[in-house]
Design a protein around this ligand. Structure first.
Ligand code: SAM
Length: 372
């Protein structure tokens, strides 16, 4: 834990400034991700996280010199994760931001076509700028655009003064009607007046103040891990690579909906203007126990071909019976030779749902650790 303590102390290194990049629901506390990787692997090892979220495990692995591979299906999590592994140069990001800022007035008319929610959430300057960014940033293919877009996502909503929006939670966007009622009740009908270029440049200056993080061979693939893993198993076999550590936290059955929670950020990425429940596989809430079982079964089955005989499988999951028992059963099925240890939240004081504002007693996380 010596290296972790040095890297994360205060915000004195580029690595610590970028480590917490990207508010996301149920994210790993960074100390936890660094702690597990330092404890259960060594430099040069291969590590994998099939449910990478905002990429904390992959980032920690890369910073600590491990080859790290993640997969994430939600574009918000994927963008945070992949940008922090390799942010574009600050100057290029600022130049691109100014280009977007100068074309924002073409969107004068478009703002009136949006539901009232948007004009209560953002002042006109911000809204036009966001619409220009939404139309023009090629965040899937271009690293400068991806970096700028991911920074906009970070500050898209938050407490008054901390983001571009009217008062909102940072980790998840609340519903349209709920937000409007709340702003009305609290005399916050008018959004804060913000110059988006000045606001974001200030944030970029802070983020880049210590430079860019040094991250060793790491990548997060965008897509469904049940499909991507099939290809990874083939490639690893051809290259004769075995993984030493699987560190992950799968979605919890019937708890979170990463699409509903992130609906406003997904809008900025080109998604629907109002929150819509998605029917696409693995993208909404996991309500069906059968689908949930099949997801974990497929993922850990494929991972069993990737892992070294002496590897560690470290899974942080929900304490509630169904998710916990399903995860434990499947892990023991595919790693029968490993020893199982159950542990409650080591390496950090708060649970990851407490960090997001949920501190009810019968919920929370538990760690299943399989070692050889
Ligand atoms: C508990 S979160 C992981 C959070 C992560 N440990 C972090 O620090 O941000 C579970 C993640 O799994 C993703 N997910 C769910 N189904 C998936 C699938 N089939 N393929 C890839 N990712 C998936 C969700 O989008 C979500 O981001």
């Amino acid at each position: 834990m010596i290296q972790t303590a040095k890297i994360l102390k205060g915000f004195k290194t580029a690595e610590s400034r970028w480590a917490r990049f990207g508010p996301y629901y149920a994210m790993f506390p960074v100390e936890f991700a660094f702690g597990v990787i330092e404890n259960y692997s060594k430099a040069g090892d291969f590590i994998i996280d099939p449910f990478a979220g905002r990429g904390s495990s992959i980032y920690a692995g890369g910073v600590l010199g491990r080859h790290s591979l993640g997969i994430e299906i939600n574009p918000v999590g994927w963008l945070y994760g992949s940008v922090k592994l390799c942010p574009a140069d600050k100057k290029d990001v600022i130049d691109r931001l100014l280009e977007i800022y100068y074309i924002k007035n073409y969107f004068n008319k478009t703002i009136t076509e949006l539901p009232n929610f948007y004009r209560m959430c953002y002042c006109d300057e911000v809204l036009k700028f966001l619409l220009a960014a939404r139309r023009h940033l090629d965040w899937k293919r271009n690293n400068v655009d991806a970096t700028l877009m991911s920074v906009l996502l970070v500050y898209l909503h938050g407490r008054l003064g901390e983001g571009l929006s009217n008062q909102m939670k940072m980790t998840r966007a609340l519903g349209i009607n709920y937000s409007i009622e709340w702003w009305k009740r609290n005399n916050l009908e008018k959004p804060p007046k913000i110059n988006p270029a000045e606001f974001i440049i200030k944030k970029l200056n802070w983020r880049y103040e210590k430079g860019k993080p040094e991250v060793f061979d790491s990548k997060i693939l965008f897509g469904d891990c049940t499909l991507k893993l099939v290809d990874i198993v083939e490639r690893a076999k051809t290259a004769n690579i075995k993984f030493s550590l699987l560190l992950t936290s799968p979605p919890y059955c019937s708890v979170t909906d990463y699409y509903a929670d992130q609906w406003l950020r997904l809008w900025l990425l080109g998604g629907p203007v109002i929150p819509k429940a998605t029917k696409e596989k693995y993208k909404g809430r996991f309500v069906s126990k059968e689908t949930y079982y099949n997801l974990l079964d497929s993922v850990f089955y494929n991972c069993s071909f990737l892992m070294d005989k002496k590897s560690t499988i470290y899974v942080r999951t929900d304490k509630r019976d169904f998710t916990f028992n399903t995860t434990l059963t499947i892990l023991q099925k595919y790693f029968p030779e490993h020893k199982t240890k159950i542990s409650e939240s080591p390496f950090n004081k708060k649970t990851q749902t407490e960090i997001c504002g949920n501190s009810t007693k019968n919920t929370g996380e538990i760690d299943i650790i399989l070692t050889k």
